[in-house]
Design a protein around this ligand. Sequence first.
Ligand SMILES: Nc1ncnc2c1ncn2[C@@H]1O[C@H](COP(=O)(O)OP(=O)(O)OP(=O)(O)O)[C@@H](O)[C@H]1O
Ligand SMILES: [Mg+2]
Length: 499
Amino acid sequence: MRHFLEMKNITKQFNGNVVLKNVNFFADKGQVHAIIGENGAGKTTLMKILAGLFPPDSGDIFINGQRVHINGPKHAQELGIAMIYQECRLFPDLNVTENIFIRREPLKKLKFIKIIDWAKAHKETYKYLDYFGLNINPKTAVSNLSAGQQKFIEIIKALSQNANIIIMDEPTVALTEQETELLFKVIKDLKKLGITVIYISHRVEEIKKIADLVSVIRDGELIVTKDINTTNIHELIKAMSGKEVYDKYPKLKVKTGKNILRVENLSYNDKIKNINFELSEGEILGITGLTDSGKDVLARVLFGIVGPFQGKIYINGKAFKSMDPYTAKINGLCFVSAIDTEEGLISNMPTNVNITITNLQRISTMGFIDNAAESYHARDMIERLEIGCNENDIISILSGGKKKKVIFAKWLFTNSKIFIIDEPSAGIDICSKVDIYNIINELVLSGTAIIMVSSNIEEIIGMCDKILVMYNGEIRKVLDREHATEQKILYYASGGKDD
Ligand SMILES: Nc1ncnc2c1ncn2[C@@H]1O[C@H](COP(=O)(O)OP(=O)(O)OP(=O)(O)O)[C@@H](O)[C@H]1O
Ligand SMILES: [Mg+2]
């Protein structure tokens, strides 16, 4: 039987590295086909080929039985293929409607000339927003939206282009549990409309909920395609990594030391209000909440990325009334950012520079950068974190998960004493996740304190000693490890109170 979409014997190499080897992939209408695999396995590359970003070296693509030679993103769009990328591709300064209709604005005739019919475009946008139950003003600039809301705008954009194959590359990475549930509802609606959804994710549990089929890619090869009902998580993880993973959250019991950070009545622009907490050496503090709860803002205020704030931050007993990243850094703080943003990496520079840039002193002799030392330390980090790249690789060519590991590497290189980690496992495959948790364990054993900002409740419960649940800029509840459950966290995160 022919399938609606068929990719046959797809092979691709980059500078002599074979990234995809004879991959056969198919999908039918109204079907959700998930693709899973470790970081760097080739998932995004396979889908970028379908989206026309680059051609395969060999292999064929058929849509509806017709062989197609996709010669660019625009052609892919004409064929009804839309891809929602790992990194956001919207224009931050344009509003929601402008982003959705960019370069395809509806026109209206005014006497002899045609002008853009913004009223119609806004109405159209509003229709979609309403359909998804999103409370967003079409005239809001995209930069004012949360990462989750931006994902929905991208989906709406694809829909409005009449896509019948929608590729989602790790769409839930920046989404809260609520937004994720909403996305799943949307995907079910897309299925009913006969749309094919190709869904790349590291969250094997969520694939169970929405996918019909799942394919596993390992080292550029398609290992297996399975009906979701005839497989299980253990089998899939084994196919992904070639080994079995049992303990997802290797939490250690570590004796905590002296107080290292204290926050007193911290407020910023109504986004966080009167925050108080303490952190000790060896402790892992979790901060969770829904999209606009203020958890991301709190992390950024602590590191001085946004400000000025009211209240005080005490680091090792020393009071600070203001903060900036430089001061934060020299006082032992570091910020491991969630996604590939300017907070994280310099994307046109090689990996070794990105890793060592945080501590130039360590690789310099008499004020000059010692290239041999730079290489040595970078290679050491690449090996320790099993990043699986070359020290000279330019950041922009690394896969999403590898970039995240490089961000980790660069901060490990500084010997910071307080790690603020934003969404530690976003975009990271299951095996690497355990690697990252083990690195966190190594850090706390050496007395480092960790602040883990995460919307993944399971991870928060799995790894943290103490959990702050935020709602509307406030700390709604502090839970310790023994008393935290998913239900409780969701209750307080959605505004619930103790009576
Ligand atoms: N433009 C490029 N030039 C050179 N190498 C590339 C390029 N794009 C991707 N690669 C390499 O191809 C391999 C596969 O990358 P890809 O992005 O497809 O992985 P992935 O399975 O999506 O991983 P992740 O889960 O981390 O996103 C990686 O080793 C990556 O470094
Ligand atoms: Mg990828």
